[in-house]
Each structure stands twice: as C-alpha cells, then as structure tokens.
Ligand binder design. Structure first.
Ligand code: AMP
Ligand code: MG
Length: 350
C-alpha cells in the first residue's frame, strides 16, 4: 500500500484535505492525524472491521483498548450506558483537551474497539485538525498513538511515516504536536475516580476540578507489585527506543560522575553510548551522543521532546542510553512514568 502524506496548516485548514481524510474514515479506512498530545491512528470507532485494521497496522495486542475521540459532549452521552456526575465537571474543566475518561459503554460500541471491555475510553481533543476531521467524518474516531506497538509515540508526521509507511493509506501532517505525551486517563467507573495513566492534566488539577479526592492506580506506581495496571496498555513495555535505557537518579554532581564512569566502561567494551540530559548539564558528559530534553525542571519541554529524543538515539545508533531522572512533580510525574516504562524500570540511585 502506498502511504500518502498531506500537509495541513492547523491555522488555515484546507477543506479538500479534510474531506479526503473524512471520506477515508467513513469508508472504514485508517488516517493518521495530529492531536495536541501525540499523533493518532484513526478509524471509525463504531465499526468493528475498521477498529481491527488499527490493531493490525500497529501490531497492537487485541486486549489493549482504543481511545474514542469525539468533537462534542453529546457524543460522549451517545456511547455511555450511564454517566457519573464527574463526567460533566471534568468535561467543563478540561475538554477539549488532554484528558481521557473511562465510562461504562453501551451496545453501540463494539468490543473490537474496547479490547473486549465493558467500558469505553473517551476524549475530546483540542487540536483543530483532529476536531475538523471528527466533525467532517460524522464518525466517532478510535485512535491510539500512531506508532508501531511498543515504539515511542509519534510527535511529528515523520515519526508516523517511519513506523507505518506502507501500512496505512493517509497521514495528515500538521507539524509537531504541542504537548508530546499521551492524555491523562481517569477511570470514572470506580467508587473514587482513579488515574490509570498520568499526563499533562495532573492529579492536583483533577482533584481541584472535582472537589473530591482521587486515587492513582497502584498498578502503575509499583510495576513489580502483584497488582496489574487497570489500563491494559500500561502493562506492556512501551515507548522504548531500540537501545537499552537506564535512568540514573540522585544529586546532580553524583549523577554526572556516575554516568561518565558508566560511559567509560561501556565505550571500553566497544558500545556507542547516549546520554539524555538537561541543557545545563549537557556539556559535562563524555558520551558519544548527548541529547537535551530542555532546561532543568522545565517538564513541559521535557514532555514535548521526550519521544522525539528517544527516536533520535535510534537514528544515531546508540547501543545504550543513560538518562538523568527528571523531577517527578506536576507534568514531571507523567514524564517520569513514560521514562520508567521506556527503561523497563531500570533505575539506578546514586
Ligand atoms: P494509546 O492508544 O497509546 O493512547 O493508549 C490507550 C491507553 O488507554 C491504553 O493504555 C489502554 O489500555 C487505555 N484504555 C483504553 N480504553 C480503556 C478502558 N476501557 N479501560 C481501561 N483502560 C483503557
Ligand atoms: Mg500508544
């Protein structure tokens, strides 16, 4: 299959491009498109055959459910069996935006879309291209990240093409995304709302909007515990570069010394070493490729650049990557979550 890449300027969206993409979705086909979080791989969420194509193109395990993207609140009501009072509060506070809500599904939503579950994940993206595509297609659009399963999520159209060229008919290129990590997922089917995946919308922001306590899934905090994460996707190794990735955590001077010591050791063994660093520390490293995530403590910059940087290490053929461990507060909690997963939870305290 030939993959067509079409540029769309998000500030001046070309009608013909959107019509072509919408037609593809209505016909049961796949379209990769930009959202504010990462690029999505979209298909008609209510059509089982279309949803199956997403799993096939990504090589995604069939028990890992898809997020359904909508363009107005009524579409949430159209797929939910019942809506808890929190849904409206959170939609008013954060939609359109990077928040996904899990609610009980009704019979309209096929199990192919929900990975066999009785619940459905729903999000209203804020990216103008995503919203236009949903509206023009007249469909609800199921869209996981547009990467091959297990690889870092795509934050530019070129990342989508690197993974899915020849496997999907159309990529809408709307330039680099704004946020760079996937949406926060909150489960509203529990007694107490529970975060299943941290993201740009933090636990503090959610609790403030709801005026009530929320919890975080213990299965994502302690990956080696008996507890399985409730979002099936969180149990898979994910976001990973080809190289081995190890997080080094501790006081700045000690981290730099330890990374340089390890670098020397690995270089002696003939390996090509990468380091993921803050702008301030980058000059202190002796590795073969040193890539920056932004100023120290700027977690929004780190979120925006994380996946592109992991892919760049692959391009530069790093065999092993050492990463400084970012501050885990605010958006940093989400960055840390993705990094830990990408590293297969290899963290070394110094
Ligand atoms: P991605 O497609 O990369 O954005 O990942 C979607 C995430 O949402 C995965 O971790 C899924 O397991 C999770 N998810 C989607 N639907 C549900 C659901 N009904 N219940 C729990 N988690 C879900
Ligand atoms: Mg994904």
């Amino acid at each position: 299959m030939q993959t067509k890449v079409v540029s769309v300027d998000p500030t001046r969206i070309d009608d013909a491009c959107i019509r072509e993409a919408a037609e593809q979705i209505r016909a049961g086909g796949l379209v990769a498109f930009p959202t504010e979080t990462v690029y999505g791989l979209g298909a008609d969420a209510l059509c089982p055959e279309a949803a199956k194509k997403i799993y096939a193109a990504k090589g995604r395990p069939s028990d890992n459910p898809l997020i359904v993207h909508i363009a107005d609140y009524a579409q949430l009501m159209s797929v939910a069996r019942e809506l808890p009072r929190e849904a409206k509060l959170l939609a008013d506070a954060f939609w359109p935006g990077p928040l996904t809500m899990i609610v009980w599904k009704n019979e309209l939503v096929p199990r192919e879309t929900t990975g066999g579950m009785d619940t459905v994940a729903v999000r209203m993206p804020s990216h103008p291209v995503a919203l236009r595509l949903i509206r023009e297609s007249g469909c609800l659009i199921a869209a996981p990240s547009a990467n091959v399963s297990g690889r870092p999520s795509p934050t530019e159209a070129s990342h989508v093409a690197a993974d899915l060229d020849g496997r999907i008919p159309l990529i809408l290129d709307g330039g680099p995304v704004g946020i760079g990590i996937e949406s926060t997922i909150i489960d509203l089917t529990e007694e107490v709302p529970m975060i299943l995946r941290p993201g740009y919308i933090t636990a503090e922001m959610l609790a403030a909007a709801l005026g009530e306590e929320i919890r975080t899934d213990p299965g994502i905090i302690a990956p080696d515990s008996e507890q399985r994460p409730k979002a099936p996707g969180m149990k898979y190794r994910h976001y990973a570069p080809k190289a081995e990735l190890i997080l080094i955590r501790g006081e700045r001077g000690r981290v730099i010394r330890e990374i340089n010591r390890l670098t020397g050791e690995k270089q002696q063994a003939g390996l090509r070493v990468g380091v993921m660093a803050s702008d301030e520390n980058a000059g202190s490293y002796t590795a073969d490729c040193v890539l920056c995530l932004g100023a120290e403590g700027d977690m929004e910059a780190a979120a925006r650049q994380l996946y592109g940087t992991l892919r760049e290490f692959d391009r530069q053929k790093a065999d092993i990557i050492y990463a400084e461990s970012p501050a885990a507060s605010g958006v940093g909690a989400a960055v840390m979550n993705r990094l830990c997963k990408a590293a297969g939870y290899q963290i070394s305290d110094v």
